[in-house]
Design a protein around this ligand. Structure first.
Ligand SMILES: [Cu+2]
Ligand SMILES: [Zn+2]
Length: 184
């Protein structure tokens, strides 16, 4: 009799601990962040330009981007960066096509009354041509619906600055680097 009580106690303890573990792993799944990344490389053999963009979608649904660029030829200047429609970098970045514009807006400055969902804008570069930007937004998702999903979009780094006015490109100059946003 004593033996069977101790056995059922053990079974109970096991069930209890297993329950806690299952709960913990479920909770982890709910809060799991989604991650994406774009490795940005030069489009022209004779013009060094590179970078990386890392994306994380948090529990609240917002996506945070950490972008780092190096364009030595543009030291102490600024370069324009946009998300472009196609996740393709061939033909010196032209295969990325026009600006990603899932909500049919006019091109413009990020946060202004009208701008494309990937109009990152101008990034200031330091004396060694390095620049960075951290941006958090609810305009993007990693794998959400087509009006917000940033997966498979191209990121283009231009040789010039975005004037935030000229349609539909901002007159940003040549495409010197490109990357494709993919799930991590
Ligand atoms: Cu662009
Ligand atoms: Zn645009």
């Amino acid at each position: 009799m004593k033996k069977s009580i101790s056995f059922s106690l053990k079974a109970l303890t096991f069930t209890f601990i297993a329950g806690i573990l299952i709960q913990a792993s479920c909770r982890q799944n709910v809060s799991a962040e989604k991650k994406a990344e774009a490795v940005i490389t030069a489009t022209k053999a004779d013009y060094p330009a590179s970078g990386i963009a890392k994306f994380e979608q948090e529990k609240d649904g917002k996506v945070e981007m950490k972008l780092e660029l190096t364009v030595p030829g543009k030291a102490n200047q600024s370069v324009a960066v946009h998300f472009h429609e196609h996740g393709m970098c061939g033909n010196e970045g032209n295969d990325a096509h026009g600006h990603w514009n899932p909500t049919n807006k006019q091109h413009g400055k990020w946060g202004s009354s009208s701008f494309h969902a990937g109009d990152i804008g101008n990034i200031t570069l330091d004396a060694s041509g390095k620049g960075q930007l951290t941006l958090e937004t609810d305009l993007w998702t990693i794998g959400g619906d087509s009006t917000t999903n940033i997966l498979n979009k191209g990121i283009i780094v231009h040789s010039g600055v975005d004037d935030y006015t000229t349609q539909p490109t901002g007159n940003s100059g040549a495409r010197v680097a490109c990357g494709v946003i993919i799930m991590k």
